[in-house]
Design a protein around this ligand. Structure first.
Ligand code: PLP
Length: 394
């Protein structure tokens, strides 16, 4: 059954019950599927009838996960992939060819950056990075061979917001494919397809799994584009394991309640940090102090699970602060039940120059918090004690 409501679809969209009358959908851990007869095998391979052949092409668990994700994102079709990066790569490699150009926001995920700047040039696909802070300049960077616009909003780690309605119109005006990595927002907070995105990509590793267990991704979008992506993934093989698809389909059942809590914890933490004397600046899309607060409220249901703040004392203080944390995890993930703290200047973005870091909003004392689902008082208490323990003694 299909409902008007996100939560109901996330729970009730599932594969038909088998003869075993199970309530929870079983795991189809099988590499291939048996043909009833030679005629059925022929028809399946000829795409004349729908059905499973081999798990690299499709599997009931992957199909359930992706159909549900399409329902929640408001997209026509989709492909589940073995990682978020397999989704980013497939969504571009399947739709671009030598001679094409991509317009990308400068603040994209590190590996997406590597694909655009190190791998695609080998195949004759070029790109231009544009700044989120300067959208008025974007149109002037569109070239006759520009084929795709690729963005993330909110951006990582600066949490800047791109106006999706404006961008959807810009893409339509120039007949470009708009590809939005919606990993930070999840389909519960924001649906880029509603604003004109043709492709919506996800790392399902983050909030969609939400419990730090699996690596996965998805490419969603218009049927004719997804058919090209399907051809590409069927023959290049980044298929999602059915076990991970089964885990993720169950995870989607709780996405709405989890996101409500991630977002309320993140907002409470952001409001608290704004009053803390050791903090120079806090950024959170739903704080009135965020420069694009009104835009965030227009296109997002809630402000998301990530908060950043600038701690006094620069790069050294940032490192000391992380070492002083007792409960918060120091790990390279986000969107987990456990609150996670990272210091981009000394880790994920340490290879950039100061100027490059500045361009993507990474100051020396910037700390990124992925608010988990623990009690907010315990999250605050650990941050407060780590602030004290890392304070520069004069
Ligand atoms: C993590 C992440 C990715 C990559 O996803 P993996 O599942 O780690 O391959 C891509 N985009 C964003 C915004 C991410 O946070």
């Amino acid at each position: 059954m299909e409902s008007q409501h996100f939560e109901t679809n996330a729970i009730r969209h599932q594969n038909p019950r088998t003869d075993f009358r199970e309530h929870s959908v079983p795991l189809y851990l099988t590499s291939s599927f048996v043909f009833d007869d030679a005629e059925q095998a022929r028809a399946l391979f000829a795409d004349e009838v729908p059905g499973n052949i081999y798990t690299r092409f499709s599997n009931p668990n992957n199909t359930e996960f992706i159909e549900k994700l399409c329902l929640l994102e408001g997209t026509e079709d989709g492909i589940a992939t073995a990682s978020g990066m397999a989704a980013m790569y497939s969504s571009m490699a399947a739709l671009l060819k030598a001679g094409d150009h991509v317009l990308a926001s400068r603040s994209v995920f590190g590996s997406t950056h590597q694909i655009l700047s190190m791998l695609f040039p080998r195949f004759g696909i070029t790109h231009t990075y544009v700044d989120i802070a300067d959208p008025a300049s974007w149109e002037s960077h569109i070239q006759p061979n520009t084929k795709m616009i690729f963005v993330e909003t909110p951006s990582n780690p600066a949490l800047d917001i791109i106006d999706l309605e404006w961008l959807g119109k810009l893409a339509a005006k120039h007949n470009l494919i708009l590809n939005v990595d919606n990993c930070f927002a999840t389909p519960y907070l924001q649906n880029p397809a509603k604003w004109g995105a043709h492709i919506v990509t996800h790392s399902a590793t983050k909030f969609i799994d939400g419990q730090g267990r699996v690596i996965a991704g998805a490419v969603l979008g218009k049927k004719e584009l997804i058919n090209e992506v399907r051809f590409f993934t069927r023959h290049t093989g980044p298929a999602l394991s059915p076990f991970n698809a089964w885990v993720l389909s169950k995870s989607l059942e709780t996405l709405a309640v989890r996101m409500d809590r991630h977002c309320s914890n993140a907002l409470a933490l952001a409001e608290f940090l704004e009053t803390h004397p050791e903090v120079i600046k806090v950024k959170y899309p739903f704080l009135p102090s965020h420069p694009q607060h009104a835009l965030a409220r227009k296109q997002m249901r809630l402000g998301g699970g990530l908060v950043t703040f600038e701690i006094k004392g620069g790069i050294d203080r940032g490192r000391k602060f992380l070492n002083a944390l007792k409960m918060l995890s120091h790990t390279a993930n986000l969107g987990d039940t456990r609150t996670i703290a990272t210091h981009p200047a000394s880790t994920t973005h340490s290879k950039l120059t100061d100027a490059e870091r500045q361009a993507v909003g990474i100051t020396p004392g910037l700390i990124r918090i992925s608010a988990g689902l623990e009690n907010i008082d315990d999250i605050k208490a650990d941050i407060v004690q780590a602030m004290k323990a890392s304070a520069v003694t004069s």
